[in-house]
Design a protein around this ligand. Structure first.
Ligand code: PEP
Ligand code: MN
Length: 334
């Protein structure tokens, strides 16, 4: 056979193969790879000489393809940024400040902070009622009473209140008091809690785990979206490294990466990320410069007497000073 003829024959075979392959692709699409058992017994009819080569081709054909899933949290799924609105105030549009004590300790304590937040034009307050403490002997939070106090302060001072929930069973009850449910770093991969938070009709502030990669973090957020709640706020809060001069290492690069990869608002907790009051201002500036949608910090009327995180909280005067500085250096709009 002349070369020309061979080429023509090859083209003809390829043409037929393409048609058959198309039929095959169509058919395999109709069942899942698990259901399809691979049977290569028909290769016995092929000559010994060609069997290995043909087997390779069929092995390739039977290789389960894993199409890359577009995550709900990704910018591919939703190019425009998610804006979360609570009682007329938005997160994700202009940078916001979220401040408040580490733990809710008393009505008096929370009201004292709330009053200063309002004075400073702040619309978001944090405060822990269910506290994830390293030691079981440390203050565990006021629980439901803490949520009631936050609600009182929120209503009196026009603040949207945010607090952590640790157990799925508490979500529904907590949602009655809170404007935003927080899932803390230690619970970032509490998958039952994430799934349950996906069923709640309130935005969820999900903190990055202590040693979570950004990929793990986004999959955690994906659990909430997948379960039906698209109002998720991300919060970089520092990760564990070998460094000891800060409580955690603030991964500032997480901010632009998360902003690029996802459509969700991204906050930075500038208190827990370093555990150092003296770094609040530069870290706050860095977070905002990196594109964060807001910063979170801990404020207590009398930090020395605080029942948790006593060393890292600033007092009301220090907070006023912080606000003055951040307004001057960053955002006059605060
Ligand atoms: C908190 O914000 O109260 C808290 C415990 O922070 P994290 O989960 O980031 O440690
Ligand atoms: Mn704290």
């Amino acid at each position: 056979m002349a070369n020309n003829e061979k080429i023509q024959q090859l083209q003809h075979i390829d043409h037929q193969l393409a048609k058959l392959l198309e039929q095959r692709v169509q058919l395999t699409r109709e069942f899942s790879t698990q259901e399809k058992s691979v049977d290569l017994s028909f290769l016995e009819e092929v000559s010994d000489e060609n069997r290995t080569q043909i087997m390779e081709i069929f092995t390739l054909l039977n290789k389960p393809s894993s199409p890359k899933r577009t995550l709900l949290v990704s910018r591919d799924a939703q190019p425009e940024s998610t804006i979360i609105t609570s009682k007329g105030r938005s997160l994700g549009r202009t940078p916001q400040i979220i401040a408040g004590p580490c733990s809710v300790e008393s009505e008096e304590q929370v009201m004292a902070v709330a009053e200063v937040l309002q004075e400073q034009g702040i619309k978001w307050m944090r405060g822990g009622a269910f506290k994830p403490r390293t030691s079981p002997y440390d203050f565990q939070g006021l629980g439901k009473r803490g949520l009631e106090i936050l609600r009182l302060a929120g209503d009196q001072y026009d603040l949207r209140v945010i607090s952590e929930v640790m157990h799925p069973a508490d979500l529904e009850m907590a949602a009655e008091y809170l404007d935003v449910i927080q899932i803390g770093a230690r619970n970032m991969q509490n998958f039952d809690l994430l799934k349950a938070a996906g069923k709640v009709q309130k935005p969820v502030l999900l903190k990055r785990g202590l040693s979570a990669t950004l990929e793990e973090y986004l999959y955690a957020a994906e659990y909430i979206l997948d379960a039906g709640n698209s109002e998720v706020i991300l919060c970089e809060r520092g990760i564990r490294t070998y460094e000891k001069w800060t409580r955690n290492t603030l991964d500032i690069s997480a901010v632009p990466i998360l902003k690029q990869e996802t459509h969700l608002p991204v906050l930075v907790d500038i208190t827990h990320s370093t555990g150092r009051k003296d770094l609040l201002l530069p870290m706050g500036r860095a977070a905002l410069a990196a594109g964060a949608d807001g910063i979170m910090l801990e404020v207590h009327p009398d930090p020395a007497k605080a029942l948790s995180d006593s060393k890292q909280q600033i007092n009301l005067e220090e907070f006023r000073h912080f606000m003055e500085q951040i307004r001057m250096m960053n955002h006059p709009s605060f």
